[in-house]
Design a protein around this ligand. Structure first.
Ligand code: ADP
Ligand code: MG
Length: 364
């Protein structure tokens, strides 16, 4: 199940449908930007994600918690534990210093610790501004105090509404670099912006208009990774002789369907009477991916004694990045294994010795 799921969410303000049947999933560790013109429902969507507001219809599920079923006390508790909020307006207390502002957030989370507050400010590059009042800080510095404040509870989900809306170019860059760093550290981030340049830095852009999602845009890297994932699913289907359009739809869902119909998979698979057939390029790509994935799994479970599910998760990250040389080294180190920890075949690579049958045939 996805980390965040919105199901047909509707929010009405009097005659205005701020959100109109929005469905959306966000994966753990993903960085998503929500884009769209003023009044398109971006802030409403973010507020629903943060449990600051509740939908009129539909469900908002975060890490298995259905926010629409929580009492208001439970919702507050959920926000405290899960969410880090960053706004365009900084909402800093004017008569408290930077470090006191962060400590106020700690107080809200019942964990006052001045050393930790100082460390949080050092992390955002404000180690030498601890005792400044907000009025003595630039816009970018104030926003960085807000980011430090939002991170105090180690939030699972960071939500930011136009976080650079009040910043000049230099401070915008500093703040965006900070988000990029948080993303690298594995945080799930949703940023609302109407700025195309800012939106592009995310893994995925969601375009809202009149309260509806009108488009998804992915970075080229994410597109390739998504295709990789689909090619692997196809390979697994082929192993069990199920390379039909129906099975593809089942495992790759609507996204798979749209990739197929938009021609993104054209060079890799072709459709023949409801069956999918790899092109040579597609077969080579899927084979190499599966090989890297299963070798990585075996490496993690054997060498680091990781439990299978953890090895699998780690392997998913590695399969996109392992170079052919590193793959060969792992394969050689593991003595050219034939099977992954789940007993599935690891396609042999150029470094592997010929298989026994082939050997037998050659020697008889
Ligand atoms: P965005 O953040 O994309 O600019 P919003 O989510 O703030 O858009 O607003 C979407 C629509 O809902 C707008 O037409 C706005 O006027 C309306 N709206 C938002 N919040 C309220 C509210 N509390 N009361 C009445 N109307 C609202
Ligand atoms: Mg807004």
């Amino acid at each position: 199940m996805s980390f965040v799921t919105l199901e047909k969410v509707t929010k009405q303000y009097g005659p205005v449908r701020a959100l109109d049947g929005v469905s959306l999933t966000i994966e753990r560790g993903e960085w998503v930007s929500i884009m769209g013109p003023s009044g398109s429902g971006k802030t409403t969507l973010l507020n629903l994600l943060g449990g600051l507001d509740t939908p009129d219809e539909g469900r908002v599920v975060i890490d298995g918690h259905d926010l629409t079923q929580l009492s208001s006390a439970a919702l507050t508790e959920f926000r405290r534990e899960y969410i880090g909020l960053i706004f365009q307006q900084f909402h800093l207390i004017p008569y408290l210093t930077a470090v006191e502002n962060v400590m106020l957030a700690q107080y809200y989370h019942s964990m006052i610790d001045e050393a930790e507050a100082i460390e949080a400010l050092q992390r955002v590059g404000l180690g030498d501004r601890l005792d400044h009042l907000p009025s003595e800080l630039s816009g970018g510095e104030q926003q960085r105090v807000c980011i430090a404040r939002a991170l105090i509870n180690q939030p699972h989900l960071i939500l930011a509404d136009e976080p650079t809306g009040n910043l000049d170019a230099e401070n915008e860059r500093l703040v965006m670099d900070l988000f990029a760093q948080l993303h690298r550290e594995g945080h799930t981030i949703v940023i609302v912006t109407h700025d195309v340049q800012i939106g592009r830095r995310a893994d995925r852009q969601i375009q809202l208009e009149h309260g509806r999602i009108v488009g998804f845009a992915l970075t080229p890297e994410r597109v390739e990774e998504t295709i990789d994932e689909m090619m692997e699913q196809l390979w697994v289907l082929k192993e069990t002789d199920q390379l039909t359009l129906e099975s593809f739809r089942r495992v790759c869902g609507r996204l798979g369907e749209s990739y197929l119909s938009s021609g993104r998979l054209n060079r890799l698979v072709t459709l023949r009477d409801h069956h999918l057939v790899f092109t040579p390029e597609g077969e080579a790509r899927a084979r190499a991916l599966i090989r890297r994935h299963r070798l990585a799994e075996l490496l993690f479970s054997k060498t680091f004694s990781m439990p299978n599910h953890q090895a699998e998760a780690e392997a998913c990250a590695f399969e996109h990045t392992l170079s052919p040389e590193a793959t060969t080294r792992i394969c050689t180190f593991l003595d050219h294994p034939r099977f992954c920890p789940h007993g599935k075949v690891i396609p042999p690579g150029p470094c592997c010795p010929p298989q026994e049958e082939a050997l037998e045939r050659a020697t008889s």
